[in-house]
Design a protein around this ligand. Structure first.
Ligand code: ATP
Length: 333
């Protein structure tokens, strides 16, 4: 498959906001050290045409930040974005090719604007449609996402959560993207509505040839929708594999622990130990392998050395000192 979007050794750091006490102390002349949050740390990730990549990990591991970097909302602190192999940051077209759908459509849809304005705003701004075509344009997109075209004259508060998420999807589609970054896009919806919106994502993939970076903490949803799964832990990718491979044979102790938390998924499969302890602070990440303080296999090497992400089978990459190198077949280099 040809990669559309690639994140090449991308890191994203934030300066931690100072709380009130720190700001007052700073005003009084105290020397306050700025703390740095290592939200995303040296991540390589790609999304191919029509591919659904599931991005999974506990809260705070950097999924949303990575999604925002992929969608061009946050510039990376290090590394770069490539669109079809070319640096993407300078071309407006490349930025429009990746659109984002968020968890809470109520806060991302302007409550004072009519739906036709919300949907047509970006393509009008970018000169893709004329003002007089905006209403028909919105009606057409509403139909594409399974809503009544007459809804275009209504306001966001007049819709249910599932309908608002469809409107957010229509707005994302308005600039003709090739990749949608869906950030916990079904997490706030009831289970039956979740299934409908997931089906809509899959229908749009068929109809429009879309690819997705699908961010979710819900492994059940990811198993259902993704072709490939990327597991993040404290800003780094720890494992990446085709979905079936990852669910049948997770290799990283963190991936195994995540799967152990979903009983339905482990039925009839190998049993793994659930994860213990809290995710450490990205302000002061552990040395070596970030997962070592919670890992049952950790030893001195894990505490001292960061494991590289190695390809141990075609398409299956893992960053763990304890996963053995694959044995070379006779005649292989
Ligand atoms: N704008 C920001 N300024 C400072 N710190 C931030 C900012 N955005 C995210 N962070 C921090 O970066 C880390 C990763 O956050 P992020 O939201 O990307 O994780 P996540 O895996 O998506 O978690 P969640 O599922 O809870 O959203 C967290 O420690 C978070 O507090």
């Amino acid at each position: 498959m040809n990669d559309l979007l690639s994140l090449d050794h991308v890191s994203k750091r934030f300066s931690k906001k100072q709380d009130l006490a720190m700001r007052i102390a700073a005003r009084l002349g105290a020397k306050i050290q700025t703390q740095t949050v290592h939200a995303v740390d040296d991540v390589c990730l790609s999304v191919a045409s029509r591919e659904v990549v599931g991005l999974v990990g506990e809260s705070g591991c950097g999924k949303s930040t990575l999604g925002r970097v992929a969608a061009g909302i946050h510039p990376p602190s290090e590394g770069q974005l490539l669109w079809q192999g070319q640096p993407a940051t300078n071309t407006r077209e490349a930025q429009l090719k990746v659109q984002m759908v968020f968890q809470d459509p109520m806060s991302s849809l302007n409550p004072r604007h009519r739906i036709d304005r919300i949907i047509s705003e970006a393509p009008r701004f970018h000169g893709q449609i004329r003002a007089r075509d905006a209403s028909d344009f919105a009606a057409d997109l509403l139909q594409k996402v399974g809503l009544d075209p007459d809804f275009r004259i209504r306001y966001p508060h007049q819709f249910s959560g599932g309908q608002r998420q469809r409107i957010a999807i229509a707005r994302a589609l308005a600039v003709k993207p090739e990749i949608i970054v869906a950030d916990e896009a079904v997490s706030a919806l009831d289970v039956s509505v979740q299934a409908q919106v997931l089906n809509l994502f899959m229908d749009l993939r068929e109809q429009l040839g879309l690819a997705y970076l699908f961010i979710s903490h819900d492994l059940g949803v990811v198993e259902h929708i993704a072709d490939r799964v990327v597991i993040m832990y404290l800003g780094r990718v720890v494992e990446s594999a085709p979905t079936e491979t990852l669910f049948d044979n997770p290799l990283h102790p963190y991936s195994q622990a995540l799967l152990a938390e979903v009983p339905r998924l482990t039925t009839g499969k190998r049993r793994y130990q659930p994860i213990k302890g809290e995710i450490p602070s990205p302000l002061n990440p552990p040395t070596g392998c970030h997962f070592h303080p919670r890992c049952p296999l950790a030893d001195g090497e894990c505490r001292a050395k960061q494991p590289p992400l190695r390809e141990i089978a075609p398409g299956h990459k893992v960053a763990c000192h304890k996963v053995a190198e694959p044995k070379l077949q006779h005649g292989e280099q």
